[in-house]
Design a protein around this ligand. Structure first.
Ligand SMILES: Nc1nc2c(c(=O)[nH]1)N[C@H]1C(S)=C(S)[C@@H](COP(=O)(O)OP(=O)(O)OC[C@H]3O[C@@H](n4cnc5c(=O)[nH]c(N)nc54)[C@H](O)[C@@H]3O)O[C@H]1N2
Ligand SMILES: Nc1nc2c(c(=O)[nH]1)N[C@H]1C(S)=C(S)[C@@H](COP(=O)(O)OP(=O)(O)OC[C@H]3O[C@@H](n4cnc5c(=O)[nH]c(N)nc54)[C@H](O)[C@@H]3O)O[C@H]1N2
Ligand SMILES: [Mo]
Length: 779
C-alpha cells in the first residue's frame, strides 16, 4: 500500500527513535539546511528562489504560513524556514491530476500516510466522487456548481455547515459569509474555534476588543516580555527578529512553558552572516519556568498576589506605589474584589496547581514590578484548556495592575495561527450573530439574514454525530484530522450527504467523504490570479490587526483551477439563483467591488481600502483598547475573579497513574499538513509517533527509550479512546506530564473536553493513562 516514490522514509520503525538534543540555536545553519531540503523535495528550487524574495513584501504576496506582522521595512528575505517550506509546498511541481486519480481509488488513498496524501501535489481540476469506480473523476466547473447548488437548495440551511480554515483572503471570506447568510444559516465555524477563540471571548470581556493591542512598534518600547505557551521558534519564527532586537537592548524575556523548548532558549538569525559565524547565540528566555500543563491560571494569580501584597506593604511603610493606582481608578472595574481574592489565595494551592515553587513565581513577579512597559505574548498553551478563557482574563488582570495596556511597549499579544484567521472574523465569518453587522448587511443587500446562533466547530460535530448536520462546505482545512474524538467524528463525517471541499491539495478529509463529494481546486495566494482577464489582488489581516494587500507572483499550478472568490461566487450563484441581489459574477471578476462593499459595511475600519491596502507595514484597524477606551459592558477594563485554579475539575485526571498529555506541533508541519517527519528543535527525527516523557515517570512504569506505548483517555464516559505505537522518549517535561503530536494524538481528546465559554478543545491537557508497554527489542 502507499506510494512507492515517496520522497521521505515512511513509517520508519519508531523504535529506532533516539533522542538527540538539537545542537543549534533556532534559526542558524539547521534552518538553512531545512529550507534547502524542502525545495529539493518539492522539486521547486529554481522557481522558488525567484519567488521567496517577494514573500511578505509590501508589493508581494503575504506568506501562507503564520500570521505574524509584516514590517514596513522588511529584511531582504522576510521569511523564515517554515514560511519557505509553506511556499515550496504550494509551488511544488508535483500534481494530483486526473491521471493520479485514475491510478488510485479512494479506498487505496485512505491507506496512505497524511504526508503522502498531500505530497501527491496540487489538485488540477474540479472532481466529483464516483461511487461505481470508487474514484474522484473530472467534472466541469459549471456542472459542479449546478449539482452542488441543487443539493444545497434541497437541504434545510441549518443542516449545512460552512467551515473556513483561516487562510482565505478578506474578499473570499466576506463573500462566503454573505452567501451562507443569504442561503439562510449562521453555521460558520472556523479554525479559530479550535485556536484563539478563548482570546476572542476573554479579551472582549476584559478590554472590549477580541484581538491583541500590540504592534511591531511596541517592541522598541517594551522593557519586559512574557511568553505563555507559545513556541515562537517553530510557529512564528519571523517574530524572532523583533525578539532578538529587544534582547540586544537588554529586555528580559520570561517564559512559562512545561516543556523546555529549544526554540525559546536561543536564536541565531540565518539571514545575518554575523550571527551565523559567531558561536555565541543570543539567549532568548532570561527566566524559564516549567509549570505544569494547565498551571497558567495559578501562575498568573500568584504573580498578581505578589504584586498586590508588595503594594500593600509599600503603602504600610509609606513607600511608593507599586500598582498603577491612577490607571486602576480611572480605567478599571472590579479591582477590589480581585485584590481581596488574591490576598486570600493560598500559596499551597498556587504551588499545587501551577506545579511551580513560590520562589519561581516571586522571581517572575519581581521582574514584572521593575518593568515600566510589559508585553505578554501567548499561544495555544493558554487557550486550549478548560479554563482557557480564564487564563486570558487573568493575564489581563496582571497587565492592568501596572497599567500595561494602551501605552507604548505594553499589552496583551495573542500570537495568532493561520495567516488570515483574524481577518476572517473581522469581515463577518462567525457563528455568533451578535458579532456580525446583520442590520447593515440586511440594508446593504436587501435581504433578511438569519438571527439565530450557528454552530461553532465542536457544536457542528455534535450535530453531525446526532444527524442534524447533513452537509459541509469547507473553505480549506482538514477537519477530520484537526478535530477531537476521531472514533466518533470520522464516522459522522462519512455519514454526511454532501461534502464540498475548496482546496489546494488533497487531504484525508476529502477521502472520508459524504455520499456526494466534490473537490474544487483553488489557486494559492502565491499564484498570479487572472480571474476575469486581469490581474486580481487580495488582502488579509495579520496578528497585530494590520491589513495588507497581497499580489501573486507564481504561475498557477494548472490552467483549470480557479480563485477562491470565483469558486465561492459560482456556488452562491448556482445555489441562490434569483433569491440573491448580488451580482456574484461581477464581484468575482473585479475583487475591488468586494472591497468596496466591505468598506461600506465597516467604514470606520476599511475606508479608502483600495488605496490603503498597499501601505508598507499595513494599515491598522481601530483598536479602542489601545487608546484606553473600553468597549466592555461596564465601559471600563474589567478585572476578573477566577472561579478555580484547578484546570480540570470535571476530568478524573487526578486519579492515580493518570498523566496529562499536551498535543504539540513539530517544526516539520503546518497543522495537519506534514512537510516531513522531523522536529529538529526537539531532536525528534523520522517519526511523529513519539511520546515525550519525564524520565522518572518512565522509570516508575519500567519504560525504556524506544518502548512502544499505548495511551488511553481517562474519561469514564464509556467510550474507549486509544492511541498505540508511540515510541517513548525521555524529555525535559515536569513529572506527570506528556508531550505528543497533533494530529496523531487527536483520537484521545474527547469532543466534550473543551474550554468553558469558548469551546476551544482542551488539547493541551488530556488526562491519559499508559495501558500497555511493548518492548520492541525483546520480542
Ligand atoms: N510551523 C508551523 N507554524 C505554525 C503552525 C504549525 O502547525 N506549524 N500552526 C499555526 C497555528 S494555526 C497556530 S494556532 C499557531 C500555534 O502556535 P503555538 O501557540 O505556539 O501552539 P503549539 O505549538 O500547539 O503549542 C505552544 C506551546 O504551548 C506549550 N504548552 C502546552 N501546554 C501548556 C500549558 O498548559 N501552559 C503553558 N504556559 N504552555 C503550554 C507547549 O509546550 C508549546 O511550546 O502556530 C501557527 N504557526
Ligand atoms: N489535538 C490538537 N488539535 C488541534 C490543535 C492542537 O494544537 N492540538 N490545534 C487546532 C488549531 S490551533 C487549528 S487552527 C486547527 C487547524 O485545522 P484546519 O484549519 O482544519 O487544518 P489545516 O491543517 O490548517 O488545513 C490544511 C488544508 O487546507 C487546505 N489549504 C491549504 N491552503 C489553502 C488555500 O490557500 N485555500 C484553500 N481553500 N485551502 C487550502 C489544504 O487542502 C490543506 O490540506 O487544528 C486544531 N486542532
Ligand atoms: Mo490555530
Amino acid at each position: 500500500m502507499g506510494k512507492p516514490q515517496s520522497s521521505i522514509p515512511r513509517h520508519r520503525d519508531p523504535g529506532e527513535q533516539q533522542p538527540r538534543a538539537y545542537p543549534y540555536a533556532s534559526g542558524g545553519w539547521g534552518s538553512v539546511k531545512a529550507v534547502t531540503h524542502i525545495l529539493v523535495q518539492e522539486k521547486a528550487v529554481l522557481r522558488d528562489l525567484r519567488i521567496l524574495p517577494h514573500q511578505n513584501k509590501p508589493d508581494g504576496f503575504m506568506c501562507v504560513s503564520c500570521s505574524w506582522a509584516k514590517p514596513a521595512h522588511p529584511h531582504t528575505f522576510e521569511f523564515c524556514e517554515n514560511g519557505a517550506k509553506a511556499t515550496a509546498w504550494d509551488t511544488t511541481s508535483k500534481r494530483a491530476d486526473r491521471a493520479f486519480f485514475e491510478r488510485h481509488t479512494v479506498t487505496e488513498l485512505l491507506g496512505w500516510h497524511d504526508h503522502d496524501i498531500e505530497d501527491a501535489g496540487r489538485l488540477t481540476e474540479p472532481m466529483r466522487y464516483d461511487e461505481n469506480s470508487d474514484r474522484y473523476v473530472p467534472v466541469s466547473w459549471d456542472a459542479a456548481f449546478e449539482a452542488i447548488g441543487a443539493e444545497l437548495r434541497a437541504l434545510d440551511p441549518d443542516s449545512v455547515v460552512f467551515y473556513s480554515s483561516g487562510r482565505a483572503s478578506l474578499e473570499t471570506s466576506y463573500m462566503l459569509q454573505l452567501f451562507a447568510r443569504m442561503y439562510g444559516t449562521n453555521n460558520m465555524p472556523d479554525s479559530s474555534n479550535m485556536c484563539h477563540e478563548s482570546t476572542s471571548v476573554g479579551l472582549t470581556q476584559a478590554i472590549g476588543v477580541g484581538v491583541g493591542t500590540v504592534g511591531l512598534d511596541d517592541f522598541e518600547h517594551t522593557d519586559l516580555m512574557f511568553f505563555f505557551g507559545q513556541n515562537v521558534g517553530t510557529n512564528s519564527p519571523r517574530m524572532l527578529h523583533q525578539l532578538q532586537d529587544a534582547r540586544r537592548r537588554g529586555v528580559p524575556i520570561i517564559t512559562f512553558n512545561p516543556l523546555r523548548e529549544p526554540g525559546l532558549i536561543s536564536f541565531a538569525n540565518p539571514q545575518s552572516p554575523r550571527d551565523m559565524l559567531l558561536p555565541g547565540d543570543t539567549k532568548i528566555s532570561t527566566q524559564y519556568h516549567q509549570l505544569r500543563p494547565g498551571g497558567d491560571s495559578a501562575v498568573l494569580a500568584g504573580m498578581c498576589k505578589v504584586v498586590i501584597e508588595a503594594h500593600d506593604e509599600a503603602m504600610a511603610l509609606g513607600g511608593a506605589d507599586i500598582l498603577d493606582t491612577a490607571f486602576i481608578r480611572d480605567h478599571t472595574t472590579g479591582f477590589e474584589d480581585f485584590a481581596n481574592w488574591a490576598r486570600s489565595a493560598k500559596w499551597h494551592d498556587i504551588e499545587r496547581y501551577s506545579g511551580l515553587p513560590r520562589e519561581s513565581i516571586e522571581e517572575a513577579a519581581r521582574a514584572y514590578m521593575q518593568a515600566k512597559a510589559v508585553i505578554a505574548h501567548y499561544g495555544m498553551g493558554m487557550t486550549q484548556h478548560r479554563l482557557g478563557v480564564q487564563n486570558v482574563r487573568l493575564l489581563c488582570n496582571l497587565l492592568f495592575l501596572r497599567g500595561n495596556i494602551g501605552k507604548p511597549g505594553a499589552g496583551p499579544s495573542p500570537v495568532r495561527g493561520h495567516s488570515n484567521v483574524q481577518g476572517q472574523r473581522t469581515v463577518g465569518i462567525t457563528e455568533k450573530p451578535e458579532l456580525a453587522p446583520l442590520d447593515q448587511l440586511a440594508r446593504q443587500f436587501n435581504f433578511e439574514p438569519p438571527r439565530e446562533a450557528g454552530f461553532n466547530t465542536v457544536e457542528a460535530f455534535e450535530a453531525m454525530i446526532d444527524g442534524r448536520v447533513r452537509a459541509v462546505v469547507n473553505l480549506g482545512g482538514n477537519l477530520v484530522r484537526a478535530v477531537p474524538d476521531r472514533v466518533r467524528t470520522e464516522p459522522a463525517w462519512r455519514n454526511l450527504g454532501l461534502t464540498v471541499n475548496i482546496a489546494t491539495k488533497l487531504n484525508r478529509s476529502h477521502l472520508i467523504h459524504g455520499r456526494q463529494a466534490w473537490l474544487l481546486p483553488c489557486l494559492s495566494r502565491i499564484e498570479i490570479d487572472r480571474t476575469g482577464g486581469r490581474e486580481q489582488v487580495v488582502s488579509m489581516e495579520d496578528s497585530t490587526a494590520r491589513f495588507h494587500g497581497s499580489r501573486g507572483v507564481a504561475e498557477p499550478a494548472s490552467a483549470h483551477i480557479r480563485s477562491e472568490p470565483f469558486i465561492v461566487a459560482g456556488l452562491a450563484r448556482a445555489t441562490l439563483r434569483e433569491r440573491s441581489t448580488v451580482d456574484w459574477r461581477a464581484w468575482s471578476e473585479a475583487y475591488s467591488l468586494v472591497r468596496d462593499e466591505i468598506a461600506q459595511t465597516w467604514p470606520d475600519v476599511f475606508h479608502d481600502f483600495e488605496k490603503r491596502m498597499w501601505t508598507p507595514g499595513g494599515f491598522m484597524r481601530p483598536l479602542p483598547a489601545r487608546e484606553r477606551m473600553w468597549k466592555t459592558k461596564s465601559g471600563k477594563a474589567e478585572f476578573h475573579v477566577p472561579e478555580s485554579l484547578d484546570e480540570d475539575p470535571d476530568m478524573p485526571g487526578s486519579e492515580p497513574g493518570a498523566l496529562r498529555l499536551m498535543t504539540l506541533r513539530a517544526d516539520g508541519q503546518f497543522n495537519t499538513t506534514i512537510y516531513d517527519l522531523d522536529d529538529r528543535f526537539r531532536g525528534v527525527h523520522g517519526s511523529r509517533m513519539v511520546l515525550l516523557m519525564n524520565r522518572e515517570d518512565m522509570d516508575e512504569r519500567g519504560v525504556e527509550t524506544g518502548d512502544r506505548i499505548t495511551l488511553c483517555t481517562v474519561a469514564n464516559d464509556g467510550i474507549l479512546r486509544e492511541v498505540a505505537g508511540l515510541a517513548a522518549m525521555p524529555y525535559d517535561v515536569p513529572r506527570g506530564c506528556l508531550g505528543g503530536y497533533y494530529p496523531e494524538c487527536n483520537p484521545l481528546l474527547p469532543l466534550w473536553h473543551y474550554a468553558k465559554e469558548s469551546k476551544v478543545p482542551a488539547a493541551k491537557s488530556i488526562p491519559v493513562r499508559v495501558v500497555a508497554v511493548e518492548k520492541p527489542g525483546k520480542r
